[in-house]
Design a protein around this ligand. Structure first.
Ligand SMILES: Cc1cc2nc3c(=O)[nH]c(=O)nc-3n(C[C@H](O)[C@H](O)[C@H](O)COP(=O)(O)O)c2cc1C
Length: 195
């Protein structure tokens, strides 16, 4: 089952594209990851990035803006988070960093297992992903290295309806979301009380 809504579900993995572009490779990778998630995972694609107001610490108090409440609730319910972001001007997209800033005081990403799919087809987007790692570490997230993969997606690899169809790319994306789900469930086992 795939959902774009919030759910109370211990198998929930939230997937976020850092690109707002309609024919985005990152968005296509996130959709593929949701489709290819293991059967015991409930994937939910976050669709509120463009609705978030600019982060302002003065507004990080009750009553919070509704898009912020929805973001924090979704991440709070999540077992793990999968990301895919482009590189803009040598770093993270501003709208995506704005989203991360809204999570910090609430600890929404704290100890949350996180992976990413790097779709850069030219240059590797190394600066953006180095920044992503540092920012997520500052937010206290648990980066799952096995779930952080490079799957270059050139425009020619996109179908007319903006999807990724190539079997090798889909297999790599499937491996990444499976690795994230495995790490999330292993983390759950580690937090079970011992008998
Ligand atoms: C304003 C702008 C700045 C960009 N800056 C970089 C950059 O610094 N380094 C890079 O590798 N690619 C850069 N790119 C290319 C994008 O990262 C690349 O097209 C990416 O695949 C877009 O992701 P999307 O298809 O998910 O929208 C830039 C693109 C735009 C529109």
């Amino acid at each position: 089952m795939m959902s774009t809504e919030m759910q109370q579900d211990t198998s929930l993995i939230v997937l976020i594209s850092g690109s707002l572009r309609a024919r985005s490779a990152c968005r296509a990778a996130i959709v593929a990851a949701a489709e290819l998630a293991p059967a015991d995972v409930t994937p939910a694609i976050y669709v509120g990035l463009s609705e978030l107001p600019h982060f302002n610490p003065d507004h990080d108090c009750d009553p919070l803006p509704e898009p912020v409440i929805r973001l924090r609730k979704l991440l709070g319910d999540a077992r793990a988070v999968m990301l895919s972001i482009p590189e803009y001007a040598g770093s993270l997209p501003g709208s995506f960093k704005n989203m991360i800033d809204w999570t910090v005081s609430a600890g929404s990403l704290y100890r949350r297992p996180i992976g990413w799919i790097n779709c850069s087809a030219h240059g590797g987007a190394h600066d953006a992903h180095a920044d992503l790692r540092r920012v997520l570490e500052r937010a206290g997230a648990t980066i799952v290295d096995e779930a952080c993969v490079a799957v270059p997606v050139p425009p020619t690899a996109m179908t007319a309806d903006g999807r990724i169809a190539a079997p090798d790319m889909r297999a790599a994306i499937a491996d990444a979301i499976a690795a994230l789900a495995l790490a999330a469930s292993a983390g759950d086992e580690n937090t079970q009380p011992s008998s």
